[in-house]
Design a protein around this ligand. Structure first.
Ligand code: PRP
Length: 207
């Protein structure tokens, strides 16, 4: 499994704002929006393109467009804050949704929503979730995609913890990971350390 860490200074400054416990929700959401733009931009570097003819005001030439704009799938709730910036960079893309909530005792994901195309054969998918902790949520989400025939998944995370990366790697799922940081570890509550807290609560308030 390929893992790309986007260590661009502008990405790291947004990540730092998100880590800071004093950052309020509005500023946190703005930093997540900007950081997602940078992560998706870097992830798209390897997307397939095709050439097509265009006419400038001066002469005919050859233009470039994405051969297959990916389906964008934010994992609710926290991935919602990444959806707008991904769609702005990929305006031809469609969007699907997966709703998962991690059980606070077992740490297993509980699925509460799924809105995806029936057949994803031949379609690349871009999954958005700020946090890869144990990896249970993203593994569940990616299995929903491969069950529909998907063989090309790019997962965009703000933070990834080593156990989550290992779990995704061991799953053998056809995916690559793009993140702004690989953090140290998980604590006993399965929170990423040093992390940024709960990305859903920090964007939208506690439940
Ligand atoms: C968080 C986060 C991931 C998941 C990561 O969501 O946004 O989806 O936990 O944990 P894992 O890698 O151990 O599965 P949460 O379940 O708290 O729901 P929320 O997005 O509604 O806050």
């Amino acid at each position: 499994m390929d893992v790309l860490v986007v260590d661009h200074p502008l990405a790291q400054s947004r990540l730092t704002a998100m880590r800071d416990a004093r950052t309020d929700s509005a500023t946190f959401r703005a930093a997540l929006t900007e950081l997602t733009t940078m992560l998706v931009y870097e992830a798209a570097r390897t997307f397939d393109v095709e050439q097509f003819p265009v006419e400038t005001p001066v002469a005919p030439t050859s233009g470039t467009r994405l051969a297959r704009p990916p389906l964008i799938v934010p994992v609710l709730r926290a991935g919602l804050g990444m959806a707008d910036s991904a769609l702005a960079l990929l305006p031809e893309s469609s969007m699907g949704f997966v709703g998962l909530a991690r059980d606070e005792e077992t740490f297993a994901p509980r699925a509460y929503m799924e809105s995806l195309p029936v057949d994803l054969t031949g379609h690349p998918v871009l999954v958005l979730d700020p946090m890869l902790a144990t990896g249970g949520s993203l593994e569940h989400c990616c299995r929903l995609l491969t069950d529909r025939g998907c063989t090309d998944i790019t997962v965009i995370c703000v933070l990834a913890a080593p156990p989550g990366i290992e779990r995704l790697r061991a799953s053998g799922l056809p995916l690559r990971l793009v993140t702004a940081s690989i953090d140290e570890r998980l604590n006993e509550r399965m929170f990423i350390v040093p992390g940024l807290g709960d990305a859903g609560d920090r964007q939208f308030g506690g439940m």
